[in-house]
Design a protein around this ligand. Structure first.
Ligand SMILES: CC(C)(COP(=O)(O)OP(=O)(O)OC[C@H]1O[C@@H](n2cnc3c(N)ncnc32)[C@H](O)[C@@H]1OP(=O)(O)O)[C@@H](O)C(=O)NCCC(=O)NCCS
Length: 158
């Protein structure tokens, strides 16, 4: 298995935005945020608090994950982003990427990881992925994003 790339490049900012847009589950605002975290990590790899794993394929960026320590907590990390390009989905890449993110977070001192996601139908794959990787649904904030769109809180001890 190819190890994931940890060294970010300037071209990753646009590539991540495009990948996130291609998944068709994120809003334009969220697409912008995805580019911003990569930009921040690129500018300040140590201090930004964002670590990324990139999966390159023959046609460019196939997937990425981004995670980092949660301010004000003791060794708790958040998974901020995980996305696999539509053409590469359903082949185990998301599972490998999440497992590698967990391993890297643990190596950086994390003892717990948390993930927020939506309860919408188009996030069913994400919720199933988290459960398949040992995360538990620890709570739901009803109507958090909008009426009928709640926030699901997943977590696991590493
Ligand atoms: C969620 C996502 C990252 C999964 O990546 P992936 O490479 O397709 O996932 P994998 O092939 O590694 O599948 C891992 C597990 O996830 C679950 N899963 C993946 N796709 C699924 C689907 N369409 N429906 C239900 N479960 C699914 C399964 O449990 C699967 O394990 P299994 O194959 O042993 O049953 C991908 O669908 C994606 O990028 N979605 C859009 C972006 C997104 O929702 N990101 C998370 C935002 S919080």
């Amino acid at each position: 298995m190819t190890p994931f790339r940890t060294q970010l490049r300037e071209t990753d900012i646009a590539a991540v935005r495009q990948l996130v847009r291609d998944t068709r589950v994120f809003s334009d605002t969220e697409v912008g945020w995805a580019g911003e975290v990569i930009e921040a990590a690129l500018k300040n790899p140590v201090g930004a608090g964002y670590f990324a794993l990139m999966a390159d394929g023959p046609a460019g960026l196939e997937a990425f994950a981004c995670y980092g320590p949660i301010d004000g907590t003791l060794n708790r990390f958040d998974l901020y982003w995980i996305a696999v390009s539509p053409a590469a989905q359903g082949k185990g890449l998301g599972a490998r990427l999440l497992a590698a993110s967990v391993d890297d977070a643990r190596a950086r001192g994390a003892t717990h990881m948390f993930i927020d996601t939506s309860t919408r139908d188009d996030y069913a794959a994400a919720r199933a992925l988290y459960l398949s990787q040992g995360f538990e649904l620890q709570g739901t904030l009803v109507d958090f994003y909008s009426d009928g769109d709640s926030k699901a809180l997943f977590g696991r001890r590493l």
